[in-house]
Design a protein. Structure first.
Length: 366
């Protein structure tokens, strides 16, 4: 069953993207929203995304088929008593969320006695940016969307919600909420902690002229890109998934100590095996489906030192309807090949650009 009316509690980066995706695919579904930002509600109304915007949660939300909780993870639970009142008016109302940590919301749902009306959700997409203005109608495309039912969610409701979510071009996966938090803690939360630690380390080691910051391009900039994410969001996540993150940090510290000892011993074979194992596993990752950390689709190509070189490449791509997200000269190429770096919005656009530029005899590095 396709819902006829959906409510959103929060229209930020993820909530806005889910709403825009639904509106693009199902323009007939009525969308209403609550948000604390009047500017966000105004923009959503002016663009026709929502029919009504509220600065407080009213009984109008009780007539929704689905309600998406899209506030920060620690704040979503504060809305549950209000949601319980809405469910009392509409026992068929399905409540879901988009948070990246699940045990807090699930335990609060159990405490409130709302298990039959809740299915946790985690769209594993997004960028380092925040806010409704950065939301897009295509963010869910080919992204994993993890669904975490409760012990009392009916199979029929799970199937209905999974089918609807898959129709939004997402790749659905059903997990137990505890299993979800461990897995996402490993592949998303810990990497964000490590990324921020690396950036802060370089900041403290840099000289007064900021030389490290100047040359921090290429590889370092790529592996620390996620450090530009919202500090408020990560404050919430670290508090919400505290135990899992602490255990993972301890495991990571032990791994760092192990490779430190290997380097200190000067054992070439063990050092090689360390990097080879990482390379082999990294190379096995899928690039066509988005995971918890937003993907970056880049190519690098050699460029002759002549006037209009960048403009020529940009023209070739634009005349073939390939949208460029970012383009520029790479000055630090210690670990990369190619003078010109081009970033795209999608994997398909990147692959198309590679084929096209090679057709025009450019040397392209993936």
């Amino acid at each position: 069953m396709i819902p006829s009316k959906i409510g959103f509690i929060g229209l930020g980066h993820i909530g806005g993207s889910v709403a825009k995706t639904i509106h693009r695919i199902y323009p007939g579904i009525e969308l209403i929203a609550f948000d604390t930002s009047k500017d966000t509600l105004k923009e959503a109304l002016e663009t026709g995304l929502i029919t009504t915007g509220y600065s407080e949660i009213t009984d109008d939300f009780a007539s929704c088929d689905y309600i998406y909780l899209c506030a920060p993870v620690l704040i979503n639970t504060e809305y549950l008593p209000t949601m319980k009142k809405l469910i009392a008016q509409n026992p068929d109302l399905l409540l879901t969320d988009v948070g990246s940590v699940k045990h807090g919301i699930h335990e609060a749902i159990i405490e409130q006695g709302m298990e039959e009306n809740f299915i946790g959700g985690h769209p594993m997409c997004g960028t380092e940016h925040t806010g409704f203005s950065y939301s897009t109608a295509y963010m869910l495309e080919n992204a994993y969307y993890i669904i975490t039912p409760t012990a009392k969610t009916s199979k029929a409701k799970v199937q209905e919600f999974q089918t609807f979510t898959a129709s939004l071009d997402a790749v659905t996966m059903v997990l137990d909420y505890k299993e979800h938090d461990f897995m996402v803690g490993s592949v998303s939360h810990l990497p964000h902690v490590i990324s921020a630690t690396l950036v802060n380390l370089v900041k403290h080691l840099d000289n007064a002229d900021g030389t490290m910051r100047t040359i921090a391009a290429g590889g370092f900039k790529d592996i620390t890109r996620i450090s530009s994410s919202s500090p408020l969001m990560w404050e919430n996540i670290c508090q919400a998934n505290k135990q899992q993150i602490l255990e993972l940090v301890d495991t990571y510290v032990a791994s760092i100590q192990e490779i430190r000892n290997t380097i200190a011993e000067g054992n070439g074979k063990d050092i090689y095996a360390f990097f080879e194992s990482a390379k082999d596993y990294r190379d096995s990752f899928s690039v066509s489906i988005s995971g918890p950390i937003s993907q970056s689709f880049h190519l690098f190509c050699d460029l002759t030192d002549e006037a209009g070189g960048i403009a020529t490449v940009a023209t070739i791509l634009s005349t073939n309807n390939i949208n460029i997200k970012n383009i520029g000269i790479t000055h630090n190429r210690e670990y990369e090949q190619g003078v010109l770096s081009i970033e795209f919005y999608t994997y398909a656009a990147c692959k198309q650009a590679i084929e096209l530029l090679r057709k025009y005899h450019y040397t392209v590095y993936e």
